[in-house]
Design a protein around this ligand. Structure first.
Ligand code: HEC
Length: 249
């Protein structure tokens, strides 16, 4: 009886130590000697790229969670220049990561790899940034203004003197335009990730081109919306107001 109790106790203790080994603990014990979670204050002292950057690059190559986790698990045990998804400049600066074989178990590594995927380089954040930073238009000539942005800056400008009727019409136009452009932006964003993924996985370029053309078509649509918005704004505003809008404040 006593033997059995001890055995059960042993199993319990063993499983609690396993449980207490949370991903964060594993990171602290096995990765944090070299890696930080986010970019460190003093980059000069860094021994390895931060996980925020590492996971961003892993996700760019392997957007799928299972494949990304498999990549990390393999890389930590068998790192090599050919497998690396980081920028070549990082490899040059830090050297290839030393294999952690013997320092970490397969089980721990799987826990930490899943945690990395779930907690760093959140794709939503990347997508949000993308919408803000990247404009989806085909034609980006400086000769072709974006009235909506210009109007936002001068909404209550006395010189421009927008009346209430104009403001209402402009608000409607803005809502329509921004909603459609954002939708297009999102579609382009995911198609671009798909294209990068296909290319990085050795898909022949001929097979990728239909997706590229889809992106092209979406950019044409965005420019059509842009042109329509310009036309409508010119109908809402007077010639003088348009002239004011396109000259510097
Ligand atoms: C002794 C220092 C050291 C330790 C410990 C270490 N790493 Fe690294 N790691 C590096 C260096 C240096 C790089 C950058 C060079 C490279 O990518 O091989 C790197 C890069 C990586 C990469 C990017 C691979 C790529 O595509 O280039 C991953 C993923 C990674 N580490 C995961 C881990 C995990 C998970 C742990 C903890 C279990 C860990 N590392 C522990 C030094 C370390």
């Amino acid at each position: 009886m006593r033997v059995i109790t001890t055995a059960i106790l042993g199993v319990c203790l063993c499983s609690t130590t396993l449980l207490s080994n949370s991903a964060d603990d594993i990171f602290q014990q096995k990765c944090s000697t070299c890696h930080t979670k986010t970019a460190p204050q003093n980059r000069a002292d860094a021994l390895a790229p931060p996980f925020s950057g590492v996971v961003k690059h892993v996700k760019m190559r392997y957007p799928d969670r299972d494949r990304a986790v498999a990549f990390i698990v393999d890389y930590v045990m068998h790192p090599s220049e050919e497998k690396s998804v980081c920028n070549k400049s990082k490899l040059k600066r830090f050297g290839i990561m030393p294999s952690q074989k013997g320092a970490i178990t397969q089980h721990e590594l799987e826990i930490v790899a899943k945690w990395m995927f779930d907690n760093f380089a959140n794709t939503n954040k990347i997508a949000k940034k993308g919408i803000k930073m990247k404009k989806p238009f085909l034609i980006e000539s400086t000769q072709l203004p974006h009235y909506i942005g210009l109007l936002k800056d001068r909404w209550d400008d006395k010189k421009l003197d927008l009346n209430d009727k104009q403001k209402l019409a402009l608000k409607h136009l803005e809502k329509d335009t921004v909603t459609s452009v954002k939708q297009i932006s999102k579609k382009i964003e995911s198609l671009e990730i798909k294209i990068a993924h296909l290319s990085n996985n050795m898909t022949p370029y001929q097979e990728i081109m239909p997706t590229v053309k889809e992106v092209g078509q979406l950019k044409i649509e965005a420019t059509q919306i842009h042109l329509r918005c310009l036309e409508k704004t010119r109908h809402i505003l007077t010639k003088e107001q348009i002239a004011l809008l396109t000259t510097k404040k």
